[in-house]
Structures are given as structure tokens and as C-alpha cells.
Design a protein around this ligand. Structure first.
Ligand SMILES: Nc1ncnc2c1ncn2[C@@H]1O[C@H](COP(=O)(O)OP(=O)(O)OP(=O)(O)O)[C@@H](O)[C@H]1O
Ligand SMILES: [Mg+2]
Length: 250
């Protein structure tokens, strides 16, 4: 199982955030995606997950070309991303945020509201149970009734992960899960990622905390200026002279 990225180009005006990016990454392991600020890591996540269309190039996942598939279709295939800045609904509770994640419940159409009330109630109950299971897993159950806007930085990252888990992902693109998170919660987030991976979920993780990332990731992909710079085992990649130069130049 892999994510195949071929010759992606993405431009913001004149500036090429992705400039011929190609890489093949396993989608069922833990891959660290690193590179200096502005290298194009978040842009790559946006293109893989279908939030932005590239100018050129293609992404393949599960042997399928994803071009033309909307973000929700890719999420249904199991390809999900989190955002560098968490996007919780601040005024909703943690539980409500979790339950707002999935897309195709019967409760969303007027038809089912009128004619299938019982089924809607049953589905809502099942959804709530699933949300409660993941909140316990993420140690968010104690804050289930609090508004999400009141959570700490680390708890918001956990909630962001929780909302993705409600979609039953196969591969999760995590954008800076440790940014703005205190050291205790960084450890907790790492443990949860490792447990989820043991359950069969793959991760690609963008992170500037290379020390924590190297403990989790079995391989690293390095980007610089919108393209692939290096790829390999963490120790090899960190020792690569070109990688050191890219970081020092930034
Ligand atoms: N919406 C946008 N409009 C214009 N330029 C953008 C936009 N989004 C990103 N960029 C630029 O594209 C480049 C790549 O951005 P991107 O967010 O992909 O980098 P990154 O590797 O995730 O960096 P960081 O580590 O700082 O998060 C940067 O120079 C950024 O300023
Ligand atoms: Mg980024």
C-alpha cells in the first residue's frame, strides 16, 4: 500500500509552492515529512487530500488515480488530513465536535427527518457511542462537555485527531501534531499515534520536532523548495549533507 505522488506543481500567483514534487511513500507505516519552513509540506498535504487542485501532476492511492476526486471522496477512501492550525468549532462541545465529523448520516436529509425518525435516532446513538469510544481512547472524555475553544493546544490537536478517527481512516496526514503542545501532551499524542498504527492505520507526519518524529517514523521524506530532496531511514536522512544544508540555509 502506497501513496504515489507524481510531478506535482502548485502555484500561488508566480510562486511555485510545489515544483515537480514526486515521491512514493508507504501508506500503512509512519512516514515523517520534513523540510524547512515554506518547503511545501502543508501544500503537499492539501493536494494529496484533495483540498487544493494542482496545476500539474497526479496522486495515486489504493491503486487509483485521485485526480478529480473531491476531499470527501478521498476521506471516504480512507485518506484524511489534519490542519496545521486546528479547525475545531469553538462554541460546540468536544462531543458535538466529534459527532459533527462524519458526512453521510441519514439525519442530514429532510426526507429522513420526516419519515425515518427512528432510524435517525438509532444512528445518532451509534454515532455518539463511537465518539465516546474515541474520546476515551484520546483521554478527552473528561472534557467531553466543554466548549472546544476552551481546550489547551495539545487537547485541540487530540480533538483534531479524534474527528479524523470518526471517519475510519486508513491513512492520516498529520500536520504538525506537536506544535504549540506541552511536553506531557506531546508524549501522549505520540503514544496514541503508535497505538493507532499498531491497529493498522498509516500516518504521514509533518513535524519540526525531529527528535520526537524520529522515534515514531520508520522513514523520512525531505522536501525543499517544492520538491523531493531526500528519502530514507531517519538516521541516514539526518546525516545527509544536503538535508543539513537545506535546514541551515532556511
Ligand atoms: N494560500 C497561499 N497563498 C500564497 N502563498 C502561499 C499560500 N499557502 C502557502 N503559500 C506559500 O507557499 C510556500 C509553501 O507553503 P507551505 O505551507 O506548503 O510550506 P510548509 O513546508 O508547510 O511550511 P511550514 O513548515 O512553515 O509550515 C510558502 O512560501 C508559503 O508562504
Ligand atoms: Mg506547513
Amino acid at each position: 500500500m502506497s501513496i504515489e505522488v507524481r510531478n506535482l506543481t502548485l502555484a500561488y500567483g508566480e510562486f511555485r509552492a510545489l515544483d515537480g514534487m514526486s515521491v512514493s511513500m508507504p501508506s500503512n507505516s509512519i512516514v515523517g515529512l520534513i523540510g524547512p519552513n515554506g518547503a511545501g509540506k502543508s501544500s503537499l498535504f492539501s493536494v494529496i487530500s484533495g483540498f487544493i487542485q494542482p496545476l500539474e501532476g497526479e496522486v495515486r492511492f489504493l491503486e487509483q488515480n485521485l485526480s478529480g476526486k473531491a476531499a470527501f471522496e478521498r476521506a471516504r477512501m480512507g485518506m484524511c488530513r489534519t490542519f496545521q492550525v486546528p479547525r475545531e468549532f469553538r462554541h460546540l462541545t468536544v462531543l458535538e465536535n466529534m459527532m459533527a465529523a462524519p458526512g453521510d448520516q441519514a439525519g442530514e436529509s429532510l426526507w429522513s427527518l420526516v419519515f425515518r425518525r427512528r432510524r435517525v435516532a438509532q444512528e445518532e446513538q451509534a454515532l455518539r457511542e463511537r465518539a465516546e469510544k474515541w474520546m476515551r481512547f484520546l483521554r478527552l472524555d473528561a472534557v467531553a462537555g466543554q466548549p472546544a475553544g476552551a481546550l489547551s493546544g495539545g487537547q485541540k490537536k487530540l480533538l483534531e485527531l479524534g474527528r479524523i478517527l470518526m471517519l475510519e481512516p486508513r491513512c492520516v496526514l498529520l500536520d504538525e501534531p506537536y506544535a504549540g503542545v506541552n511536553p506531557v501532551l506531546i508524549e501522549q499524542i505520540s503514544e496514541r499515534i503508535a497505538e493507532l498504527h499498531a491497529q493498522g492505520i498509516g500516518f504521514v507526519i509533518v513535524e519540526h520536532n525531529l527528535h520526537m518524529l524520529a522515534k515514531l517514523a520508520s522513514s523520512l521524506v525531505v522536501m525543499d523548495r517544492g520538491k523531493l530532496l531526500a528519502q530514507g531511514r531517519p538516521a541516514e536522512v539526518m546525516a545527509d549533507e544536503r538535508v543539513r544544508e537545506a535546514y541551515m540555509g532556511a
